[in-house]
Design a protein around this ligand. Structure first.
Ligand code: 3VV
Length: 447
């Protein structure tokens, strides 16, 4: 019954099936979190109160300015649209167009002063600022893409003048006619603009209908034509809508029950520089914060964006890739928020590369722009400028270099673990820093 053979844990055995241990990790995770959950309930009782949120929204009259600010963003959309119309008709030069678009984009933000004057509270203000960031990115894309279209159109038009009488031109099909719509009978043109299956070409994309579709569609990158679905799948939409309702409530409940008490208990230790206690609070916050972040990911990038896409019959549903397998920070940013990443590559990274900017400098520029927007989204609603969000985003650059090195030098698993660690621990550090400073600036004495 004996033969020479190694134990399973010895390298010589070649055994590598540890699936059972993975299950054990999951079971331990559930048990330890069940204990944390019970401890939380015993300590604080039930803090979840959906009516508290509802009353904050309904009864606070200072919430409504945010709605007005959001509606006001349509002014900038309207202006951008007419700048493009003027450009298409040669009423203004390309340089004037760029200047006007830049001015329009610079003004297109709910200014700090406006917010302060109206005493807009934080959550509503975060919402309106996010809407303005999205409008900003969309209008930037609208202006830049139309510029590319216009250049292509002008080139095609000048080619047409040269080849007008050549046989080659006459033998071209519908696409050519669409490219040179000047000579097309107006009845035919009207039909083409109305039929969604036909590709709309510049300048016929410059219509309210086309711009409004883009503003509502779940993308930040403008195109005259998008892949479309044939209809709305009602049961799919229903499932996403139920997820939205449930997950939104879950997020609010988790914040009330799990995060707020931890934050409240962290203020004093930070104030008194109690290193170990701060560390304990940080770790305590990291678990619920990460859980909330994961739920938010599913809520926004799967449920909300897919529901919106379904309603808009928008067929490109790649809102995220498998960021959870990211072995480097570089891959994480390529995979976690595809609408923003696509915008960054198309409207910032590639244009910088095309004017001869070195790759690393282009990457740094994108991260700095992103850092600016992150800081904007935090400091305006909180009415304080501390630059933690900016710093957090710029730290992604050295972290990218480090994780790429670890994955190459050691194992890609280590790279993946570092990505997780940075997500789990990075955010609570920034949250604690902001919450502490918010308390300090809002209240003069800390009890
Ligand atoms: C409310 C929702 C949101 C918060 C996410 C922020 C980032 C990522 P690479 P390579 P091919 C400005 C952003 C503002 C953000 C504010 C958002 C607020 C939204 C508000 C919504 C609420 C919650 C939660 C977020 O998630 S915010 N994300 O900041 C920034 N970084 C990146 O995207 C990338 O790392 C980047 C662009 C810097 C580099 O991308 O993929 O690593 O670069 O070199 O691999 O190539 C990219 C493309 O360029 C071409 C390649 O072939 C490739 O093309 O495949 O995509 O088509 N390329 C490369 N070298 C080239 C060359 N020399 N010439 C031409 N092309 C070249």
């Amino acid at each position: 019954c004996h033969s020479a053979r190694p134990s399973l844990f010895s390298t010589a055995s070649g055994f590598d099936d540890y699936r059972g241990f993975l299950n054990l990790c999951v079971v331990l995770l559930v048990i330890s979190n069940a204990r944390v959950f019970l401890e939380n309930i015993l300590k604080y009782g039930i803090l979840v109160d959906p009516l508290q949120w509802l009353s904050a929204v309904l009864y606070n009259p200072y919430q409504w300015p945010n709605l007005l600010l959001v509606l006001g963003s349509s002014v900038f959309i309207f202006i951008a649209f007419h700048i493009e119309r003027f450009l298409a008709r040669n009423y203004i030069t390309a340089n004037t167009g760029v200047t006007l678009h830049t001015l329009n984009l610079l003004v297109a933000k709910p200014h700090d002063k406006i917010n302060k004057k109206l005493y807009v509270i934080t959550v509503g203000s975060l919402f309106s600022c996010s809407v303005y960031v999205v409008v900003f990115l969309k209008l930037w894309s609208y202006a830049q893409t139309n510029k590319w279209y216009r250049e292509g159109y002008t080139k095609a038009l000048s080619k047409r003048r040269i080849h007008r009488t050549s046989k080659e031109f006459l033998s071209r099909g519908l696409l050519t006619k669409l490219l040179f719509p000047v000579s097309m009978p107006s009845s035919q043109l009207k039909g083409l603009r109305d039929r969604s299956k036909v590709m709309i070409q510049y300048p016929y994309n410059l219509s309210y209908r086309n711009l409004l579709y883009f503003m509502a569609a779940p993308t930040l990158c403008y195109e005259a034509n998008y892949p479309r679905t044939s209809g709305i799948n009602k049961s799919y939409l229903m499932r996403r809508a139920l997820e939205i309702l449930f997950l939104f409530q879950l997020e609010l409940a988790l914040i009330q029950q799990w995060v707020v008490p931890v934050l409240q208990k962290a203020i004093l230790p930070i104030h008194n520089y109690e290193g170990y206690t701060i560390m304990e609070r940080l770790l305590k916050l990291s678990v619920p914060n990460h859980f909330i972040w994961l739920v938010f990911f599913y809520f926004f990038f799967h449920s909300v964006l897919n529901a919106l896409a379904e309603v808009m019959k928008f067929a490109d549903r790649e809102f995220y890739r498998d960021w959870w397998n990211a072995e480097t920070i570089v891959y994480f940013w390529q995979a976690w928020n595809i609408p923003v990443h696509k915008w960054c590559v198309r409207h910032c990274y590639k244009p910088l590369l095309s004017i001869g900017c070195p790759k690393f400098a282009a990457q740094v520029s994108v991260f700095l722009l992103s850092a600016f927007f992150h800081e904007y989204l935090v400091s305006i609603p909180l009415h304080m400028f501390k630059a933690w969000a900016f710093f957090g985003m710029t730290m992604q650059i050295p972290l990218s270099v480090f994780t790429s090195w670890v994955s190459k030098r050691f194992s890609s698993n280590y790279g993946n673990m570092i990505v997780w660690m940075s997500l789990i621990l990075g955010q609570p550090v920034a949250i604690l820093a902001y919450v502490y400073h918010y308390y300090v600036t809002s209240y003069t004495t800390i009890a």
